[in-house]
Design a protein around this ligand. Structure first.
Ligand code: SF4
Ligand code: FES
Length: 371
């Protein structure tokens, strides 16, 4: 067996602790407690191994990565190893002093999440009163610094009506880039799917709004737009293809190709307290869906097999009970009818109103054992 090309990006899920409780959180339903998180020395070792492997980008995420007291040490270490460092944060605990320390440590980029364009919706979706105002303050501080800023909006049935205001907010706040991502149905979002799926009218309006905004703002604001899987013809290349260029480490030190792979049965994920990042990248669970050799029909003989790599294994598992099946989002999948039915049911059901009775992500921070 030939060696796989090295990963380009390491996603470090430093913690599952978070002051917010978004109902579409991609963290697992069983959240890791602070006492089970990797310690500082292990993260620093993993950063050394990542740099030696050829990783260029480090994405620090969670939960809320700012809940880690050793965040600056981790950033400084990665900076010294020449990695480009992106912090993915809700921003509600960021103030001028903290930002100055992050900058001094060598942080390159912040991806700041917003739950809505205004406080009422934002606080309701994030489950934190006053959260939206704190995010606005954080965005202004970052925009005034030399750290690059991307604003991230997860959109769904309960906030799509305000998409134009979200774009206006990104403009006003001076972001260089904006990401508008329809909800992906993993983790908590799967549990709340019925309340989050957009209507057909909302989706048409959102597509038109994004097209117009891109034309109007081309020179000032880059807008990345992730369309909702269930309404698409073909799936996305999830994570750029299974174990092709990205490796994720969860708070407890399990190495996986994506944030939802822990749910795939029969996979013995490498534990990085006991093994190296390089060994994990070459391990059997990473090989399982790498490339095209594992593919069933219709993927096996499809001309798109090296474009979308068969879509998302975790979505195939969630919808069909089998991770090895073609992603049912694909029109060629024998299971596509179930996705089409879900999209049609949601698309025609405009009855849901805000506030929505969804189930919030549970488990708030556990400060007593925080690292
Ligand atoms: Fe992609 Fe497989 Fe569908 Fe072809 S059949 S478009 S490879 S998911
Ligand atoms: Fe796991 Fe798509 S989220 S492969």
């Amino acid at each position: 067996m030939s060696s796989p090309a090295p990963p380009l990006a390491l996603i470090a899920e430093l913690t599952h602790r978070c002051p917010l409780a978004c109902p579409y959180c991609s963290n697992p339903l069983e959240l890791a407690s602070a006492s089970t998180e990797l310690d500082t020395a292990t993260w620093l070792r993993l950063i050394d191994e990542a740099a030696a492997l050829g990783v260029l980008h480090l994405h620090l995420t969670g939960g809320e990565p700012m809940a880690r007291r050793d965040l600056n040490d981790i950033i400084a270490h990665a900076h010294a190893r020449g990695l480009y460092i992106n912090l993915i944060t809700a921003g509600v605990t960021l103030d001028a002093g903290r930002l100055a320390l992050l900058r001094e440590a060598g942080l390159d980029h912040i991806q700041l999440s917003f739950q809505d364009a205004e406080a009422e919706g934002g606080d309701h979706i994030g489950g934190l009163r006053g959260g939206h105002a704190r995010k606005l303050a954080a965005a202004r501080l970052i925009a005034d610094s030399d750290i690059a800023l991307t604003l991230n909006f997860v959109v769904h049935r309960a906030n799509l009506e305000r998409l134009e205001q979200m774009i206006a907010l990104a403009e006003q706040l001076g972001a260089q880039r904006m990401e508008i991502a329809h909800t992906q149905y993993h983790g908590w979002a799967m549990r709340n799917r019925a309340a989050l799926l957009p209507t057909a009218a909302q989706l048409d309006a959102a597509n038109a709004t994004v097209t117009q905004a891109r034309a109007r703002l081309a020179a000032r604001l880059r807008i990345d737009y992730v369309v909702p899987d269930y309404f698409a013809e073909y799936p996305k290349a999830c994570m750029g293809g299974w174990a092709r260029n990205t490796l994720l480490v969860d708070p407890t030190g399990r190495a996986m190709p994506c944030h939802a792979a822990h749910g795939i049965p029969g996979m013995d994920w490498p534990r990085l307290r006991e093994t190296s990042l390089g060994a994990a990248w070459r391990s059997a669970p990473f090989e399982r869906f790498r490339g095209t050799g594992w593919m069933p029909e219709p993927c096996r003989s499809c001309e798109r097999r090296e474009i979308d790599w068969g879509g998302c294994r975790c979505q195939a598992l969630a919808l069909t009970g089998h991770a090895e099946r073609t992603d049912p989002v694909c029109v060629k999948s024998p299971d596509h009818a179930m996705v089409a039915a879900l999209a049609a049911a949601a698309g025609n059901d405009a009855s849901a109103t805000v506030p929505v009775a969804w189930q919030y992500r549970s488990a708030k921070p556990d400060p007593t054992t925080a690292r």
